[in-house]
Design a binder for this molecule. Structure first.
Ligand code: CA
Length: 236
């Protein structure tokens, strides 16, 4: 199946560059030059993913993103955001906006294609069935829910994937590169700061001390199951 990607970008040169590269990578491409047209296109043509520029005339990229996330039919649609401001990344990846990934301009078209492929792979994951328990965490992959000390966590899709991955391997140290590869699906060494941002958000949502997700200096992260907690593994 040839997947349709919608590109919402007002600068014609960039739009054409993205279209050219996506078509070369065997995607079908639809384009829109502003937020309003982008949303119309999006709800009419049901793309598999969206490349969204933040700085758009009229309705901004953030407004478009908010609308996409508010609509049940498009809530889980992979959105790759283009931004000129790397400083915005924290906010963008957060729950309030819900970008799945971002690229800072200027970007390499090859990287854009790689990121998009990773997002699409992640959007159709191989099902990992059943329940996993790791100490105070219970991961229900079927229901796409994680509870912590009996409290259901409100997580972005990526936060869910990261915490579920850590919960499947309690006590094991994972490097940022490994997490990018296995959770994000990147097949290259990307922005490892993305991992740090997500870990920080997860810690804030877990809101507990000592930390469940431990930083191992120079190595990466691991999930620490408190003594007396159940070992990781399937719930009987
Ligand atoms: Ca723009």
């Amino acid at each position: 199946m040839v997947e349709l990607v919608l590109v919402i970008e007002d600068e014609k040169e960039i739009r054409d560059l993205i279209r050219y590269n996506l078509e070369r990578a065997s995607f079908r491409v639809a384009v829109a030059a502003d937020g309003e047209a982008g949303l119309e296109r999006l709800f009419a043509s049901r793309p598999a993913a969206v490349v969204l520029d933040l700085m758009l005339p009229g309705r901004s990229g953030l407004e478009v993103l908010r609308e996409v996330r508010a609509e049940p039919m498009t809530r889980d649609l992979p959105v790759l955001v283009l931004t000129a401001r790397a400083a915005e990344m924290d906010k963008l990846l957060g729950f309030e906006h819900g970008a799945d990934d971002y690229l800072t301009k200027p970007f390499s078209p090859r990287e854009l294609v790689a990121r998009l492929r990773a997002l699409l792979r992640r959007a159709h994951p191989a099902q990992e069935p059943g329940m996993i328990e790791a100490g105070p965490l219970v991961v229900d992959s079927g229901a796409h829910e994680i509870t912590f000390q009996g409290r259901r966590l409100t997580l972005t899709p990526r936060e869910f994937d990261l915490l579920a991955f850590l919960a499947r391997h309690p006590g094991r140290v994972h490097s940022r590169e490994e997490l990018l590869r296995k959770v994000w699906g990147y097949d290259y060494v990307g922005e490892s700061r993305t991992v740090d941002v997500h870990v920080r958000r997860l810690r804030a949502k877990l809101g507990e001390e000592p930390r469940l997700i431990e930083t191992v200096m120079g190595a990466g992260y691991k999930l620490v199951v408190p003594p007396g907690g159940a070992a990781g593994g399937p719930v009987p």
